[in-house]
Design a protein around this ligand. Structure first.
Ligand code: GLN
Length: 200
């Protein structure tokens, strides 16, 4: 069974571990470089990307994680995790360190105050209709040619500017969603990721 780590510095670690536990993998929290070295895939949870980014430095995981991602370690980031995987962050903070695992620019807290949290059914490529929970979520402002768009905000959810915005992507072995499948009890996105790890 593949070993999948969940970065456990901050955020909804437990929810990811519980969802992964249903996917026939060994799911483990990762807080130390030695633990990172043992995983076949890594999940970056939802939470607060500036805090998580700072803790990555404090726990001396930033460079080891960058290195493993550069070597092709499969990764999945939800919400704050998506922000961390980006190559560029808009409305980020100076001490935010994008990992650059996906060639995309992400806007933090993109949906704004009016609708800073909302739920809507979206159409996810290869999965179908999925109930998506957005909590002070980012969106993908732009993505490079090598990035596959897996989901966008449907017109029916249209909060003005939000309609059509990219909210799920994949580039090679890296998956990212602006929403939180770990909060809905629907394991299909995690299953997609664990299949990516298995075939990597
Ligand atoms: N707004 C948060 C950030 O910028 C992300 C929110 C989330 O993960 N639910 O990191």
């Amino acid at each position: 069974q593949p070993v999948i780590g969940v970065l456990a510095l901050q955020g909804d670690v437990r929810e990811h571990l519980l969802t992964l536990a249903e996917c026939d993998v060994l799911a483990r929290p990762v807080r130390r470089p030695e633990e990172l070295a043992e995983v076949d895939g890594i999940v970056l949870p939802g939470g607060e990307s500036t805090t998580m980014s700072r803790l990555l430095e404090v726990f001396e995981l930033l460079e080891p994680l960058r290195l493993r991602l550069a070597e092709g370690l499969p990764a999945y980031g939800s919400c704050a995790g998506m922000i961390m995987l980006a190559s560029k962050v808009l409305d980020g903070r100076a001490d935010q360190h994008p990992l650059g695992a996906v060639d995309m620019t992400v806007r933090r807290n993109a949906f704004g105050r009016q609708v800073d949290s909302f739920e809507h059914d979206i159409d996810f490529a290869g999965i179908g209709s999925l109930h998506a929970v957005f909590i002070r979520a980012p969106w993908v402002e732009s993505a490079g040619a090598g990035v596959e768009v897996l989901a966008t905000v449907p017109e029916s959810a249209s909060a003005g500017e939000a309609a059509g915005r990219i909210v799920a992507v994949r580039q090679a072995n890296v998956l990212a969603t602006a929403f939180h499948p770990e909060l809905t009890g629907d394991g299909r996105v995690h299953r997609l990721f664990t299949e990516m790890v298995r075939s990597a």
